[in-house]
Every structure is written in structure tokens, then in C-alpha cells.
Design a protein around this ligand. Structure first.
Ligand SMILES: Cc1cc2nc3c(=O)[nH]c(=O)nc-3n(C[C@H](O)[C@H](O)[C@H](O)COP(=O)(O)OP(=O)(O)OC[C@H]3O[C@@H](n4cnc5c(N)ncnc54)[C@H](O)[C@@H]3O)c2cc1C
Length: 442
């Protein structure tokens, strides 16, 4: 029986392990936690989610929703575990972090074809085939080895984490429950702000004590996950049109949309923890407390998990790899997850699944047939294999899909049309390449 080594038991590595084992391939999964730490993970669990507990929308007219539907066709295991461990979040799929990662750990560790080794991998000296899925917080020794291997300086940007607060310390009488435009269940706790309260918050954010970067580090952020203080510095209304936008969030007590609204999303199934949506930050802890406590209803809030910022490393996949996700210089060595230039939890799961299919195809003496370009998984894969002067990680968005043949002005309808086209193409792909999806004999 063939054995594949997978380094990194995060989202991509866990999905890849499950997919390969499900096809009858033995897997040795190397994970350095809990003995070694990353600075953002907090447990020894596999597939630990480091920041927001949201895996984003499930609506088909959104890229996040379409990506999930495509992954369901491809048979993603982690997405089904996420659905089983979800918490209410309107049209989003949000999970109870601990339940989700514990469930993935139990499944992966319990699989008869997977051996989990808890040790840190510092080199690329691995039996092949192997998949490196060590994520944005790849341990420095291995990152240096990758730098030497590719003769390049490592690429990076910053990702931030938002604070989460103890639900018992929220004065719910100052908030209202509801989802944007009243769609779905009223799962969010919304904190309405009037113009004065908004301006106090803005002053606190602008006056906050921010952790400095090291001298050798440049300030490079991922635009979709900007720290709140960076957004606040861009203009007085940036937050009101960003994470604090009140659109579709009328306060039931007044019937009107407030000047701005902060949304709190449930993070644990028992409702004991709420995260501040879009409030990722690199403020010092005291400033985070000051900022949170100036909000109405949060005057006594206790932060249980502070916001933080982390270096987020990736390789220059278009130059470093050939299709799909395989090292150009070292055939049989594959990369998956954030390290290979996709950004976001579900995107990393997708990339883990593709890496597993790519390895499986190689073990069958074949090449993984290209995923259809009309699908988001296919478009993401094409993106990470297309050379560009300033390669940056990409998340799923409708803009990476080829345009629809007929012009439709309404964005929702246009997106649904693109989604129908994508799902049809993905189903056809699966039917056409049945050998890739036939489960192994038990
Ligand atoms: C601070 C931060 C916040 C983020 N917030 C979000 C968010 O809110 N929403 C979102 O969609 N995405 C977010 N991301 C981006 C990304 O989607 C997640 O980081 C995602 O978990 C990456 O998945 P992965 O499988 O590539 O890596 P990970 O899930 O990080 O898994 C990598 C694993 O490899 C292990 N490892 C590392 N080095 C070694 C080594 N040398 N030997 C053995 N094991 C090793 C790690 O311990 C870890 O378990 C964030 C990223 C960062 C850094």
C-alpha cells in the first residue's frame, strides 16, 4: 500500500489526509502542536480555526456559498463536519471552534489508515509523495528551508484576529437580535450606535496604542481582513461603510437603521462567547479593552480572547509549482492550503482536497484532470498557477470566474446564473472522472 506524508494538520492537511485515506492510501500526518506553538493556535487539535468562527455565507449567489456547494460535490469531509458543528449565524456557516476541531481530530486520529505524528518538521527531506500544508504560520525553520529550496525570500503579509467577549458581560437590553435584511434566523447580537457614539469609538480606535512591527517588517495587509485601526485611518466613514454598516439592520425598537451597527457573532454552541465581527486588530490589550468598553451595552465587557496580528507566509506558487500544486524542482512534493496562495478557511479546505486528488492521480500513474474554469475551485487553481509580478494569495470571489455569456444587470441574478453554470460543470467533472472519486474498499 502506498503511503503519503502530510506535514501540517490544519484545515488543508486534515482534509487531504481524510481524502487520501478514503481512497485506500496510507497517510502519515505530521503535526507539531501541541509541543510547538504557532502564536495563533491555542490547542493541540487538528483543523483548529484561528480567528473568526465563520466559514462565511452559504447562499449560492455568493462566492463563499458557491465554493461550499462545489466542495460538497467533490465530497469534502471537513465541510460536512463544519455543518454538524455549526452555531446559528444567519446565512453564514459558523462553527463552534472547539467542537469542530475536536470532531476532526477524532475522525482523523481514528482512521485506520492515518497515523498522526506529533513532531515538528524542519526540512523538506521527506519520503515522497508528500504534501506540505503548514499554513500561514509555518514554523520558521521550515520556512527558511523553503526559502533556500526556492532560492527566494519568503513572501508574506499580515492577517489579524478580532477580540471575543464573555456573553455574560454583554448588556443585551442595549442590543437587538437580527440578521441583515431580516434574512434567515435573527442570530446576531447588534449594537446600534448613534453619530456621537460612533465618533467616540472612532476617537478610541485612532488614539489606540498599536503594537509596532519589527524593523525589518513592512506593513502589508490582506485587503479583505484589514485591522480596524487601518480602516479607521482611511476616513471618518470607512467603518460605517465597512464592518459597522447599518444597511438592512433596522433597530426593531425604532424601526430605523441606526447611524452604525456593530455585529456580535456567537462563537460557541452554548452561547458563552461572542466575537466582534470585522474588528481584527493589532492594538495592545489595554487599548482593546478601552475600545470595546466605550460601546453601548459593552461597558462591562470582558475580553476572553484578544485580537492579534500575525505574519502570514506563502510561496510563489506560479513560479514554484507545476499543475496541480506540485513542486517544479521536486516531483512528488506537493503544497496545500494558505502556504500555496489561497486565502480563507474554505479555500484552504478546497486546496487540501485538490492536493489529495493530485497525489492520488499521480499514484494511479495519471495526471489530475483540470477542474473546470467556470467553477470557483477551478478558477482558484488557475489563479495560483498563473505567473504575475506581484503574486498575492486569493480568496474565492465571483470576479475570478469567466463572465456569463448573457448580460444580466441584477448582481444577485447574475451570480445565481454563474453558480448554476459552475455547479453543472462540477457535477459533469465528477461524472466524467469517476475513477478519482471511487471510494476504496473498506
Ligand atoms: C492570524 C490569522 C487570522 C486568520 N483569520 C482568518 C479568518 O478569520 N477567516 C478566514 O477565512 N481565514 C483566516 N485566516 C487565513 C487562513 O484561512 C487560515 O489561517 C487557515 O487556517 C489556513 O489553513 P491551512 O491549512 O493552510 O493552515 P493551518 O490551518 O494554519 O494549519 C497548518 C498546520 O501546520 C502546523 N505546522 C506549521 N509548521 C509546522 C512544522 N514545521 N511541522 C509540523 N507542523 C507544522 C501548524 O501547527 C498547523 O496545525 C487567518 C490567518 C491568520 C494567520
Amino acid at each position: 500500500m502506498s503511503t503519503v506524508t502530510i506535514v501540517g494538520g490544519g484545515l488543508a492537511g486534515s482534509e487531504a489526509s481524510w481524502q487520501l485515506a478514503g481512497r485506500g492510501i496510507g497517510v502519515t500526518l505530521i503535526e507539531m502542536r501541541p509541543a510547538a506553538a504557532t502564536g495563533a493556535h491555542r490547542s493541540g487539535n487538528l483543523a483548529e480555526i484561528v480567528c473568526s468562527n465563520s466559514l462565511k455565507s452559504i447562499r449560492l449567489d455568493t462566492a463563499a456559498g458557491l465554493l461550499k456547494a462545489e466542495l460538497a460535490i467533490l465530497g469534502s469531509k471537513l465541510l460536512s463536519v463544519a455543518a454538524e458543528n455549526s452555531v446559528p449565524a444567519g446565512h453564514a456557516l459558523a462553527v463552534d471552534r472547539e467542537l469542530f476541531s475536536s470532531a476532526v481530530t477524532a475522525l482523523v486520529e481514528g482512521h485506520r489508515l492515518i497515523e498522526v505524528r506529533r513532531t515538528r518538521q524542519d526540512t523538506l527531506d521527506l519520503a515522497l509523495p508528500a504534501i506540505i500544508a503548514t499554513g500561514p504560520l509555518t514554523d520558521p525553520a521550515l520556512m527558511e528551508e523553503l526559502g533556500r529550496h526556492f532560492s527566494s525570500k519568503s513572501l508574506y503579509f499580515y492577517d489579524a484576529i478580532a477580540p471575543s467577549i464573555d456573553a455574560r458581560t454583554i448588556d443585551e437590553s442595549r442590543c437587538f437580535r437580527g440578521s441583515r435584511y431580516g434574512k434567515g434566523e435573527p442570530d446576531y447580537l447588534n449594537v446600534p450606535l448613534d453619530e456621537d457614539e460612533y465618533s467616540v469609538l472612532l476617537d478610541r480606535i485612532r488614539g489606540a496604542d498599536i503594537l509596532p512591527l519589527h524593523q525589518f517588517e513592512e506593513e502589508r495587509y490582506f485587503e479583505a481582513c484589514l485591522p480596524i485601526e487601518v480602516m479607521a485611518a482611511r476616513g471618518d466613514d470607512t467603518l460605517r461603510f465597512g464592518p459597522l454598516r447599518p444597511k438592512g439592520l433596522a433597530d426593531p425598537r425604532t424601526g430605523a437603521e441606526p447611524y452604525a451597527v456593530l455585529q456580535l457573532r456567537q462563537e460557541k454552541r452554548d452561547g458563552s462567547l461572542y466575537g466582534l465581527v470585522g474588528f481584527q486588530t493589532r492594538m495592545r490589550h489595554a487599548s482593546q479593552v478601552d475600545m470595546v468598553r466605550c460601546l453601548p451595552g459593552l461597558e462591562r465587557a470582558e475580553i476572553l480572547r484578544f485580537g492579534a496580528i500575525h505574519r502570514n507566509s506563502f510561496i510563489d506558487t506560479p513560479r514554484a509549482c507545476v499543475r496541480w500544486q506540485m513542486d517544479r524542482k521536486q516531483p512528488g512534493l506537493f503544497y496545500a492550503g494558505q502556504l500555496c496562495g489561497v486565502e480563507g478557511y474554505v479555500e484552504c479546505i478546497a486546496s487540501g482536497l485538490v492536493a489529495a486528488l493530485s497525489v492520488f492521480a499521480r499514484l494511479c500513474g495519471r495526471e489530475l484532470p483540470s477542474m473546470p474554469g467556470e467553477t470557483l475551485v477551478g478558477a482558484l487553481m488557475n489563479y495560483i498557477h498563473t505567473e504575475r509580478p506581484d503574486f498575492q494569495p486569493m480568496n474565492a470571489n465571483m470576479g475570478i470566474l469567466p463572465p456569463a455569456r448573457t448580460r444580466v444587470r441584477d448582481r444577485g441574478k447574475r451570480n445565481l446564473m454563474l453558480a448554476d453554470r459552475a455547479l453543472e460543470a462540477m457535477r459533469a467533472y465528477r461524472n466524467m472522472h469517476e475513477w478519482l472519486f471511487t471510494p476504496a474498499a473498506p
